[in-house]
Design a protein around this ligand. Sequence first.
Ligand SMILES: *Cc1c(COP(=O)(O)O)cnc(C)c1O
Length: 472
Amino acid sequence: MEHFKHLPEPFRIRVIEPVARTTRAYREQAIVQAGLNPFLLDSRDVFIDLLTDSGTGAVTQDMQAAMLRGDEAYSGSRSYYALADTVKEIFGYAYTIPTHQGRGAEQIYIPVLIRKREREKGLDRSKMVVFSNYFFDTTQGHSQLNGAAVCNVHTQAAFDTGVKHDFKGNFDLDKLEQGIVQAGAQNVPYIVCTITCNSAGGQPVSLANLRAVYAVAQKYDIPVVMDSARFAENAYFIRQREAECRDWSIEKITYECYRHADILAMSAKKDAMVPMGGLLCFKDETVADVYQDCRTLCVAQEGFPTYGGLEGGAMERLAVGLRDGMREDWLAYRINQVEYLVNGLEAAGVVCQQPGGHAAFVDAGKLLPHIPPGQFPAQALACALYREAGIRAVEIGSLLLGRNPKTGGQLPCPAELLRLTVPRATYTQTHMDFIIEAFARVRERAADIKGLAFTYEPPVLRHFTARFREAV
Ligand SMILES: *Cc1c(COP(=O)(O)O)cnc(C)c1O
């Protein structure tokens, strides 16, 4: 079928979740009641929900069927071995701990790696720094809760929606090495490679960059953690864009990527397609001591290490989801769907970050130049989009970034983006066309959209529960 211009969805839909259509008057009332914050809307009031792709996608037949095989034994469950064997085959990692979701893994490995560095290298906690191409917000949160300063060493091009680059998720290798030298390697307990780079718009990291980061880490004897939520999308982009890998399978690329890290932490709610689940895995004997310490902490935080945060059926489902999520026709469809959405928005005059893996990122700063960053243009745009069409999207800009804890001033944000996150196999091309049309309508009246001011600003993680009024 390769000669067809447009290939349709590579699946049949067999289970239906009804959604209600609402009137503009109803939505107007709903968004005001939600304090002009889409996070506070009820799901039943949302027509197309693009808040996140985390745990919101469809599951496959084989995943559903696998649930029934669950062995719910408290220890040594058969389902645990099904999962651990799958991890070994896909990633080549010898030791596995299941967790309830990604942050379940983070709350275990982060304190363990810090204590190990303290014990073995004399880490000074007051000088502790950790590096990433870009920390996901919970990874940043757990690092900071454990006393580390976080440093994102992304490339200059990463957040510039005017610049196209194959691997906008890459580390700036010079900044990484300079940062390590400046901090003193003993004060760097870990480096996190986030694939794909969520914060820059689902942008991939190249295999060459992963190799180079690992070489730097080995030089300074620092463990590398692969933050793996979208490992399959990243492998797909590598196959498309990195000459060396053009003829490789997704499986081969994935295996090769993970040779260049020591620890795998995963939110399995993304590419592994489960509604809830996570993984914490260790490559080989060189990190067997970390595995041992993590198992101990796991008992207290998540559960006995052969189930961690998951029931037996959920471990079976995850084992299947890891494989189903790597299907190439499926990945091609998904990436093309996001690209279709971005191209449609651009054609309607809405500037976006170049298409990435899981979402379209609209440059709200460019669409609403009359709204200053301090009045949150992307949040104002989210409200306008909901009012227009019942679509829920999420602000990735100044509101999310927050204030400098020392000065209380708003942190300067590199871009004011609105993320339209596409759940897996949940919405069709007709939905994408509808979203594009909604944006075209919003854009016509862009000059009338007003900025926002807080009526309630929570002290931390403010974007989830803040309330607003229109600024005058
Ligand atoms: C989602 C995500 C996490 C956190 O995982 P949860 O399952 O939401 O707890 C961590 N890192 C990355 C890159 C993610 O995308």
